[in-house]
Design a protein around this ligand. Structure first.
Ligand code: C2E
Ligand code: MG
Ligand code: MG
Ligand code: MG
Length: 277
């Protein structure tokens, strides 16, 4: 009986594995076509100044409008894009689109007195794209954007401490854009190594903001003190409640981002709700 069960399990497992592989191959093939078929879309999430709560930045977050599967989130396809190296082209598409959108916004009459930045997420794999800095500089020139308006976010846990990665980060920052370390506190990176990287902004991971436990609120305070004493600008992500907002304000976090202020939204919605007189 147990033998029979085991056999069934094996069959079940291998069937499951097979269909998973098939789905993956399917998705990868569709991913290859998605740029040409114009299926990617950027959503934008506001960041507000902690003191005034006015708009000071937006983060671009990719979505895939899949014909059969509906709106897919980055976690559904970015890992696959990274493994298949499609992330290089997708990442370039994101940079171009974000620059185009930002330049459009900044020319609107109602945006005249608003100054804000646009943040773009980069996968660590894109640091192996040798033409990336040139591509970025070309986009900025094409849309007439100064580097000070653009931030590039890299997650702490994906960063390699390799010579090439650090070189590329320096190359990128030479275009005038600013670099942000995303999901800070969740990676392994040793604090002593941090200064090797040209980051100016630390985005404190939502884990530290959301967990109200005693230990973690101590961690949040320690991270903020650390960041400020080393001269980093700080952004807290994942703010969902008033209490979380107040806690971050009390710790002098510079910028706040989270569902309490707004969820990521299409460009049109951001224009209508956040770029008004
Ligand atoms: P991230 O850069 O840390 O972005 C923040 C994520 O947290 C977003 O998820 C956002 O929707 C979500 N978030 C924002 N506020 C709140 C909140 O108050 N509560 C909660 N629970 N979540 C909140 P999203 O859009 O699913 O993106 C997930 C990750 O995918 C991003 O994390 C980023 O690492 C990656 N990603 C997004 N767009 C791109 C892209 O264009 N290229 C690359 N390489 N990665 C991207
Ligand atoms: Mg980010
Ligand atoms: Mg993050
Ligand atoms: Mg994240």
């Amino acid at each position: 009986r147990s033998k029979e069960l085991g056999k069934n399990q094996v069959q079940y497992y291998s069937h499951d594995f097979h269909s998973k592989m098939q789905k993956r191959i399917e998705l990868e093939n569709e991913l290859k076509l998605a740029i040409d078929q114009d299926e990617f879309k950027l959503f934008y999430q506001p960041q507000v100044d902690a003191k005034t709560e006015s708009l000071v930045g937006v983060e671009a977050l990719i979505r895939w409008e899949h014909k059969q599967r509906g709106l897919l989130l980055p976690d559904d396809f970015i890992p696959l894009a990274e493994e298949s190296h499609l992330i290089v082209d997708i990442g370039r598409w994101v940079i171009n689109k974000a620059c185009e959108q930002f330049s459009y916004w900044s020319k609107l009459p109602q945006a005249e007195n608003v100054t804000f930045t646009i943040a773009v997420n980069l996968s660590a794999k894109q640091l192996k794209d040798n033409g990336l800095a040139k591509y970025l500089a070309d986009c900025m020139a094409a849309y007439g954007l100064a580097g000070k308006y653009i931030e590039l976010e890299l997650t702490e846990s994906s960063l390699e401490d390799s010579f090439e990665a650090i070189e590329m980060l320096h190359e990128l920052s030479k275009t005038g854009v600013r670099l942000a370390l995303d999901d800070f506190g969740m990676g392994y990176s040793s604090l002593s190594q941090l200064k090797k990287f040209p980051f100016e902004i630390l985005k404190i991971d939502k884990y530290f903001v959301q967990d109200p436990g005693e230990i973690d609120s101590g961690l949040l305070a320690a991270i903020c003190a650390f960041a400020h004493s080393l001269g980093y600008e700080t952004v807290a992500e994942g703010i969902e409640t008033q209490e979380q907002k107040e806690a971050c304000k009390a710790l002098n976090v510079d910028r706040l981002q989270g569902f309490l202020f707004a969820k990521p939204m299409p460009a049109e919605e951001l224009k209508n709700n956040w770029l008004t007189h």
